[in-house]
Design a protein around this ligand. Structure first.
Ligand code: MZP
Length: 500
C-alpha cells in the first residue's frame, strides 16, 4: 500500500493571478490552436486544431451533425463506437461527404407557419436558417429570414408566428446569383447584415449567405480541414473488436482514432495500439486513455499512443468514484500527467499531447485546465446542451432540456468501455441518465467560450496556449472563499425582491 502525499484537487479549487498585459495581448492576436497528435519537439504536429475543444465519444453527444458543426468552429469531434461497426463507419463517411465552406439555405417557408413547425423543418433538414416567402415556394416574394437562434427558449415563445419574427425585407440586400462568395461577403460587411439573399434573374431565391459562415471560414486556418476541403473526423474504438472495427473506420475516412475506456492503464490498450502501429504505421493516429497519473501516461506513450486522455470519475454523468472508489481530482491528475509529458518530451524528443476529459463544469474550468498544461479539452455535457447534439429536446415544467446520459448508464450499456473482462454486459452502472438545460445552437455558445478563454489569456499576459501554460500563476482556493463565491453567484441569480 502507498498513500500519495497530496490532496486530490479539482479544477474548481484554483484561480489564476493576472500577469502583465502588454500591447500585443489583444483578442485578435490570441492563437488558440493546439496539436492533436504526437510530433517531434520543435516540429509542428501533423494534425492541429484551430480551437482546442473536442466532443466526447458518447452516443448522446457526437453525431455527424455535431462533428461537422464543431469542425466549422475550428474544433474536432469523435463518432462514438457503442454501435455496430457498419453504423459507425456510415457516420464517419457521412461527415467526410460534406465539403467545408459556405452553407446556403434552400428551405422556404410560408409566413403562416408557427415557429414550432419551422424548428421541426430546420432540424429535419439539419439547417440553421430558412427563407420565408409569401407563398412558401422559392418563386414567392422574399419576405425575410428565420434562424434557429430565434428558437432560444429564453428569448421567444415557440407559439409565435413566423411573421411576427421576420426581419424587414428592406434591411436585406438582394444580389445576383452569379456574384462570387467573396463579393457576397464584402456586401454583407458593407451593409452590416447578418444574411444576404442571393436572387436569380427570374426573381427566384437561389441561396443565402450567412455572415457567420464567413467568420467561421476565417477560423478554419487549414488546420481543421485537410487539401480537398473535407472536414476531419475522429472515431472511438474499443479493445475488443478493434481488428474488424479499425480497418472499417479507416476505409470510411476516419482521420484520427481514440481508444475509449474509463480506465486506460491496461495491457488491452497496449495490444490495440501495437496492432494499429503494426498494421497502419503512423498513417492513422490513435489516442488512448483515460489515465490519471504519470505512470499510466508513460505506459501508453511507450506503447505508441499519439495523444493521451486524462480523467477518471470527473464526468458530469459519472458515478465511477461512488461505485468503485476509483479516480482522482482532475487538477491533480493533470498536474501529474503534464509533468510526465514534459519529462518524456525532454528525454525522447517526442511531444505527446494530452486531453483533459471530464470535470469541466464551467468555462473558467477550461481556462484552469489550459493553465495547468492540457493541450486540448474533451467535453460531453457542454456539447449535449446544443441543437446539434443527437438527443431529444424535451419540455419539463415549461423549460427546455436535452437528454444526456453516460456511457456507463443502463441506457447506453457501453460494456466495452467498462468491461471487466467477463461477459458482454454491464454488471453495475457507472453513469447516470438525465437532462441538461437546452442552450440553443453550438455556434453562439462556442463563440462566447472562445471569447472568455481569450480574455483570460490576455489577463495572464499570453497569446498562445503554450505561453499561457508556461506563464500561468495559479493559487489554490480555500474552502471559505469557495463558499463565499458560491453564495455570491446565488445572490446574482435570484430575482430582485420588489418589496425590498
Ligand atoms: P462531462 O463533459 O459530461 O463532464 O464528461 C464527459 C466525459 O465523461 C466523457 O468524455 C467520458 O470520458 C466520461 N464518461 C462518459 N460516460 C460516463 C459514464 O457513464 C463517463 N460514467 O464518465
Amino acid at each position: 500500500m502507498k498513500i500519495l502525499d497530496e490532496t486530490s484537487r479539482t479544477l474548481n479549487e484554483y484561480l489564476l493571478v493576472p500577469n502583465l498585459t502588454t500591447e500585443d495581448c489583444t483578442p485578435g492576436n490570441v492563437d488558440l490552436s493546439a496539436p492533436l497528435v504526437r510530433h517531434r519537439l520543435g516540429e509542428q504536429s501533423p494534425i492541429r486544431i484551430a480551437v482546442p475543444l473536442v466532443s466526447a465519444i458518447m452516443g448522446a453527444v457526437s453525431s455527424p451533425r455535431m462533428t461537422i458543426s464543431l469542425a466549422q468552429c475550428g474544433g474536432f469531434g469523435f463518432i462514438h463506437h457503442n454501435q455496430p461497426i457498419t453504423a459507425q463507419a456510415e457516420m464517419v463517411s457521412n461527415v467526410k461527404q460534406h465539403k467545408a465552406g459556405f452553407r446556403h439555405s434552400d428551405i422556404n417557408i410560408k409566413p403562416t407557419a408557427t415557429l414550432g413547425e419551422v424548428a421541426g423543418l430546420l432540424q429535419a433538414a439539419e439547417r440553421d436558417i430558412a427563407a420565408v416567402t409569401d407563398d412558401g415556394t422559392p418563386h414567392g416574394t422574399f419576405l425575410g429570414l428565420i434562424s434557429t437562434r430565434d428558437f432560444h427558449p429564453k428569448r421567444h415563445d415557440l407559439n409565435d408566428s413566423v411573421e411576427s419574427r421576420m426581419q424587414p425585407a428592406k434591411s436585406l440586400v438582394v444580389a445576383d446569383p452569379s456574384i462570387s462568395l467573396s463579393h457576397a461577403n464584402a456586401m454583407i460587411w458593407d451593409h452590416r447584415l447578418d444574411v444576404l439573399p442571393v436572387v436569380a434573374d427570374t426573381g427566384r431565391l437561389e441561396s443565402i449567405v450567412l455572415r457567420r459562415d464567413y467568420e467561421l471560414h476565417k477560423t478554419f486556418r487549414n488546420e481543421t480541414i485537410d487539401s480537398d476541403k473535407r472536414f476531419r473526423v475522429g472515431a472511438g474504438v474499443n479493445t475488443h473488436d478493434y481488428q474488424e472495427r479499425i480497418p472499417a473506420l479507416i476505409r470510411a475516412g476516419a482521420d484520427v482514432l481514440c481508444i475509449d475506456s474509463s480506465d486506460g492503464y491496461s495491457v488491452w490498450q497496449r495490444n490495440t495500439l501495437q496492432y494499429v502501429k503494426g498494421e497502419f504505421g503512423d498513417q492513422t493516429p490513435i489516442g488512448a486513455g483515460n489515465v490519471v497519473d504519470g505512470r499510466a501516461f508513460r505506459y501508453l506513450a511507450d506503447a505508441g499512443a499519439d495523444f493521451i486522455k486524462v480523467g477518471i470519475g470527473g464526468g458530469s454523468i459519472c458515478i465511477t468514484r461512488d461505485q468503485k472508489g476509483i479516480g482522482r481530482g482532475q487538477a491533480s491528475a493533470l498536474i501529474d500527467v503534464v509533468a510526465e509529458r514534459d519529462a518524456y518530451a525532454k528525454e525522447t524528443g517526442i511531444y505527446i499531447p494530452i486531453c483533459c476529459d471530464g470535470g469541466l463544469l464551467s468555462d473558467y474550468h477550461m481556462a484552469i485546465a489550459f493553465a495547468l498544461g492540457t493541450d486540448f479539452i474533451m467535453l460531453g455535457r457542454y456539447f449535449a446542451r446544443f441543437t446539434e447534439s443527437p438527443t431529444k429536446l424535451v419540455r419539463v415544467n415549461g423549460q427546455l432540456f436535452k437528454e444526456y446520459w453516460g456511457e456507463g448508464s443502463q441506457r447506453a450499456r457501453n460494456w466495452s468501455r467498462y468491461d471487466q473482462g467477463g461477459e458482454q454486459h454491464l454488471v453495475f452502472e457507472e453513469g447516470v441518465d438525465g437532462y441538461v438545460p437546452y442552450a440553443g445552437s453550438l455556434y453562439d455558445t462556442v463563440t462566447m467560450t472562445i471569447a472568455k478563454l481569450k480574455a483570460t489569456m490576455i489577463s495572464c499576459g499570453s497569446t498562445t496556449l503554450r505561453a499561457f501554460h508556461e506563464n500561468a500563476v495559479l493559487v489554490p482556493v480555500s474552502h471559505q472563499s469557495y463558499l463565499q463565491n458560491t453564495a455570491e453567484i446565488q445572490l446574482r441569480d435570484r430575482p430582485s425582491d420588489p418589496g425590498q
